[in-house]
Design a protein around this ligand. Sequence first.
Ligand code: BGC
Ligand code: CA
Length: 219
Amino acid sequence: MARFVHNKESEITMDYVNLPDASARTNSLHSCAGGTAAVPGRKLYRLVAVSFGLLCILQVALNISLHLTIDASCTNLTQETDKRELINFDHYFQQGWVYIRPSFYYISYIRKTWHESRADCLQRGADLVIINSKEEQDFTRQFHKNTWIGLTPQKNKDTWKWVDGTPLTKSYWGPEEPNNFEGNTEDCVEIRFFETENSWNDIQCGDQNFWICEKMLAL
Ligand code: BGC
Ligand code: CA
């Protein structure tokens, strides 16, 4: 309890009664002056800090559960893909395909025109062979003397492209080829001079040749 008195300079001061000592008065003063304003502020600050902390924990928990979910579905997907590809693998072997990473190859034992040969490959879910390396060139030239490959001319036969649309970069033309022999339109390509690495020959698309299909399947 407090009552107001005038001191000798006529200033208004507070005279505390019923308080045990000065320190109690000081504490009481603090709680009266700053306390009523400071305590709610501090509480608010603590509330914000705790809420922020909880939000962080929640975020971490969400992240972890999201990761676990994604990992689980990825694992399932990979297993599914593996299974599907193993089934494919078996299917290709049963139909007489040869696997040389990363592709399966089907080597025909009958002859057809270039377009008929390509249609056969497409119907098998593949396309005529595309030769991207010396290894692939050596592999494809070991079967038959006349074997279609998936190479087609661009305008005026200046450039060539593979059946997947990629340009020809490394070629294996035989001597004097391509030559449109005797003025004929030789717009398809066969492996002809198969005893040598440079074995390609341009030839008329209606000729009857063996063919090789390629199906890329990375295992
Ligand atoms: C030529 C080839 C030609 C082929 C046609 C060969 O003797 O060397 O360039 O495409 O005959 O049958
Ligand atoms: Ca030729």
